[in-house]
Design a protein around this ligand. Sequence first.
Ligand code: CMC
Length: 390
Amino acid sequence: ADVFTYDPGFTSTASCESKITFIDGDAGILLHRGYPIDQLAEKSSFLEVCYLLLHGELPNAAEAEEFEKTITYHTMLHEQFDRFFQGFRRDAHPMAIMVGAVGALSAFYHDSTNVEDPEQRMISSHRLIAKMPTIAARAFKYFRGQPFVHPRNDLSYAENFLRMCFSVPAEDWVPNPVLTRAMDRIFILHADHEQNASTSTVRLAGSSGANPFACIAAGIACLWGPSHGGANEEALNMLKEIGTVDRIPEYVQGVKDRRYRLMGFGHRVYKNYDPRATVMQKTCHEVLAEVGHSDDPLLKVAMELEKIALSDPYFIERKLYPNVDFYSGITLRALGFPAEMFTVLFAVARTVGWIAQWKEMIEDPLQKIGRPRQIYTGAPKRDYTAISKR
Ligand code: CMC
């Protein structure tokens, strides 16, 4: 019989070659197309990072302008989408809506099924990057029971998104620039992260030749889990549950007794620190100061929890550090989002990473349908017994 390497959780299996993102987990380094994440978060914009991930290079001024024009051109949703939204329960979790709505895009763009055509692949990529904020904002408005706000193409990507979420139709309102910059930075921090669970899901789904909207819907489904993108929602719930600094030791003891995990802590690849968490912590302080919540009790709990965990042998031995999701919840809450929207925002940002990885896979001549093998541990061959004899 064939013998296969058993690698649960793929901790030591490379599934592809990639030129998009580099991570050195021991050194806490994250590079997109060679550029360090802290520099991109500080100096770039989300749309520029999208271009970089998709095309391999930063755009020059003309390319940046053209790209922005192309993305804004595709921000609208088909009118029939409204009816689709109305089919959901009004208290549906926005991530449930995202899985359905993004998958349903393939019903609107039949040309996307032609994944062999490079031009179609690029149009689908642009459509996805452009429509994700609109779909996410609609999911949010639906969840809130408020009327949808149409995209405004004269605004930046983050500005338009915040406006669609927090404004009412026809209102002349644009978000605060500090908060807009923070939103953009949060998008940059989540744009790609090489072969994580959702990206591997997108690649695996795409390896069969499935259309990109269906593949991204599969990625969103995977992202929803609390061990992955769902961790930001869980991290905030955890901070709320702890509530006050004096309850931290008791909570940490529960983690050590393995009753639950510290959400927003630990990472499969980062065993030193998560460079995204460093930027996120800084962004968190900036946002809280801007909205006048610097004394947010949850921030106090988070900072104290981090301090206690980082000096505790349990966490030191296991190399558990705060990850990007630890401070993102408090930040997003201060921006005005409820916890149910946190993973949706992650999905909006990660779409470019998913689609860049999907394109790279299709364009790689060595890639074939993903088909892991298994170690069979079930019953040996046996004969069927009639029901009367069982
Ligand atoms: N709290 C307490 N203990 C933990 C944690 C945690 N958050 N994470 C790992 N451990 C312990 C775990 O119990 C194990 O201990 P032992 O060796 O004694 O059994 C050891 O650390 C190794 O854990 P593992 O489960 O083998 O590690 P992994 O690489 O498979 O898991 C992880 C990575 C991210 C799933 C995990 O750290 C985790 O569940 N963290 C909490 C959820 C979270 O914050 N996820 C977001 C990740 S970053 C953004 C994203 O990818 O979406």
